[in-house]
Write a protein that binds this ligand. Structure first.
Ligand code: ZN
Length: 119
């Protein structure tokens, strides 16, 4: 696997994998890092999109060129073990010939829909 970034410790890697599983994050998304803040009872998860992956229009699910990436930060749908889950990601936007520029739906925001689109 090609890695441009410096990898964290083995422990950090395990935590990232754990949250990826918990939030249903899978390719082309990946958990870049997970930062646990015990005092504030929150966990901040940075998710990144595989640059080489094809972008699909969220309306018609057709493959489109990637327009750009929108910076997104939000609360995760799942609070884990009473920890507030904050997910930070740069979500790609598709440029569909019919529907224009739209933000690709994130799997952690709408799991059922993402699953539907993947079929
Ligand atoms: Zn479309």
């Amino acid at each position: 696997m090609l890695e441009k970034r410096t990898q964290g410790t083995a422990e950090e890697e395990t935590v990232s994998a754990h949250y990826a599983l918990l939030l249903g994050i899978k390719a082309p998304w990946r958990v870049q890092s997970a930062r646990l803040d015990l005092l504030a009872s929150k966990v901040e998860i940075a998710v990144e999109w595989d640059e080489t992956a094809q972008v699909c229009c969220p309306e018609c699910a057709l493959e489109c060129p990637r327009h750009d990436r929108a910076r997104r930060s939000g609360r995760g749908g799942t609070d884990v073990m009473q920890f507030q889950t904050i997910i930070r990601a740069r979500v790609p936007r598709s440029r569909c010939a019919e529907h224009g520029v739209l933000t690709v739906r994130a799997p952690w925001a709408e799991p059922a829909l993402a699953l539907h689109l993947a079929l």
